[in-house]
Design a protein around this ligand. Structure first.
Ligand code: BES
Ligand code: MN
Ligand code: ZN
Length: 495
């Protein structure tokens, strides 16, 4: 797909299709008004015949509008002008692109970017346009007949009001393309079946990123390396699996940016059966998505390297399966983590924190300026926040604020949850330094408190993406979240 920005009047665009908005009760947007004038009122006349009112999601494709240079004009319903907000803008962009898919148009210019959206600038609208276009193009499986013809769209141009906006729009197009490339990588890895996407597969994906980009280096730590480091918590999770665990370490910009890195740590459980504390059977297939934190780290590396962001970034992915087996760890087992702290495993299904605690300890050697971990950590977070916001926990208010803001602009939102020492005592154990579960109350908070014990006073944030990393039901599939949030956060750090 090619993207471009252009200023200039809609009737002068020599393209296969021009997209313009129509508000409810046939209120023409500025671009539609211009086309109506150029065509001597033909556009307005067609609307008055009642083919379209401007309600959300309505579309109408016109051919050969007089005195225009384009083959087609696509009118898109935008709803009531007063109510035109983020959601309506997204809805209109998607409706337009879906309608185009049914046409033969290969290149389009959209003027939806000119519609005012409350509180949003041009960059936001351009980004949303690219996201909508790339999401519609993504399919996990090879296209089937009933999916209809694949979109023939090859090039999309966003119309901007004046030449002064061109630089801004073009820069945003590049950012948005890189971000969606990262998001789609994360989605794709998440969607892969767990017999394909194993810890070794994730390691290969990291190596492939490094092969593509000289600014990325990758190191894979094997079982023996982890034993030597004393990663008893991480290794205990892998005991029940025939697949060897991997600790995947990526580094970007180490050569050019000598400053202390931002470290991203992503949970990479490629299948979570619960282990000996076996999960119920219903929807267990969805536990293939338990590596979506890892996928978001890989996706973020893809985007950051494509954008050539001037930043030093480290990614650490502890990866394993969590399966029951004669050799698997059992409730009551006590393991010693790399930090030296001992952990009583009361539930083998609370495995994410066991992987992450050793990865967080390992992160210390990079003297990070900030550590952010990303994990499908608790079902409790899904109960608390549902699927709209990721749970954010942080020991650093400025970091939390920056991440929340990055979520707001991208629509990949997070919501801050309490991280208070008062919750820590739920993790007390009679037999070890701590237990790996904290009881029924505030399960996502006690999980975060567990991790906090390993980062101590380093600047740190934890994103619990259990509710946001994938969708269930008819639209089952990975979302690629929170790649948009992470890339935007990193961009803001260098801005
Ligand atoms: N990967 C799961 C968390 C999860 C569960 C995410 C359901 C999305 C949907 C995690 O490893 C887990 O099993 N957590 C347990 C923790 C409990 C045993 C304290 C949970 O949430 O039930
Ligand atoms: Mn689990
Ligand atoms: Zn898990």
């Amino acid at each position: 797909m090619e993207y471009a920005a252009k200023s200039g009047s809609p009737e002068k665009q020599r393209v296969a299709c021009v997209i313009v908005g129509v508000f409810e009760h046939r209120r023409l947007s500025d671009a539609a008004e211009t086309l109506d004038k150029a065509s001597g009122g033909v556009l307005g006349g067609i609307l008055r015949r009642g083919d379209m009112d401007g309600k959300p999601e309505q579309t109408l494709l016109l051919h050969n509008l007089p005195n225009t240079l384009c083959d087609r004009v696509l009118l898109v319903g935008c709803g009531k002008e007063r109510e035109f907000d983020d959601a309506r803008y997204r809805q209109a962009s998607r409706a337009a692109l879906r309608a185009l898919r049914r046409s033969g148009a290969r290149d389009v210019t959209t003027y939806l970017t000119e519609l005012p959206v409350r509180g949003r600038d041009l960059a936001w609208k351009v980004r949303e346009t690219v996201v909508a276009c790339e999401e519609l193009r993504y399919r996990f499986h090879a296209p089937k007949e009933e999916d209809g013809p694949d979109t023939r769209l090859r090039s999309l141009t966003v119309g901007v009001e004046s030449r002064r906006d061109l630089d801004d729009a073009e820069a945003t197009l590049l950012t948005a393309q890189a971000t969606t490339a990262g998001t789609l990588l994360a989605r794709h890895l998440g969607n892969l079946p767990p017999n394909v996407c194993t810890p070794s597969y994730l390691a290969d994906q990291a190596l492939a990123l490094a092969a593509d980009n000289p600014a990325i280096t990758v190191q894979i730590l094997e079982t023996a390396d982890m034993e030597a480091l004393g990663m008893g918590a991480l290794l205990s999770v892998a005991r029940g699996s025939r697949q060897p665990p991997k600790l995947i370490v990526l580094e970007y910009g180490a050569e050019t940016h000598k400053n202390r890195p931002v470290v991203l740590v992503g949970k990479g459980v490629t299948f979570d059966s619960g282990g000996i504390s076996l999960k119920p059977g219903a929807a267990m297939d969805e536990m293939k998505f338990d590596m979506c934190g890892a996928a978001s780290v890989l996706g973020t590396f893809k985007a950051v390297s494509q954008l050539k962001l001037p930043i030093h970034l480290v990614g650490i992915i502890p990866s394993s399966e969590n399966l029951p087996d004669g050799n698997a760890s059992k409730p009551g087992d006590i393991v010693t983590s790399m930090s030296g702290k001992t952990i009583e495993i009361l539930n083998t299904d609370a495995e994410g924190r066991l992987l992450l605690c050793d990865a967080l300890t390992y992160a210390k050697r990079y003297e990070p300026q900030v550590i952010i971990d990303i994990a499908t950590l608790t079902g409790a977070c899904v109960i608390a926040l549902g699927s709209h916001a990721s749970g954010l926990f942080s020991n650093d208010p400025a970091l939390a604020k920056a991440l929340l803001a990055a979520g707001e602009v991208t629509g990949d939102r997070a919501w801050q949850m309490p991280l208070w020492p008062e919750y820590q005592k739920q993790l007390d154990s009679n037999f070890a330094d701590m237990a790996n579960i904290g009881g029924r109350e505030a399960g996502s908070v006690t999980a975060a408190c567990f991790l906090w014990r390993f980062v101590e006073d380093q600047r740190w944030a934890h994103l619990d993406i259990a509710g946001t990393a994938w969708k269930s039901g008819k639209d089952k599939g990975a979302t690629g979240r929170p790649v948009p949030l992470l890339v935007e956060y990193l961009r803001q750090q260098v801005a």
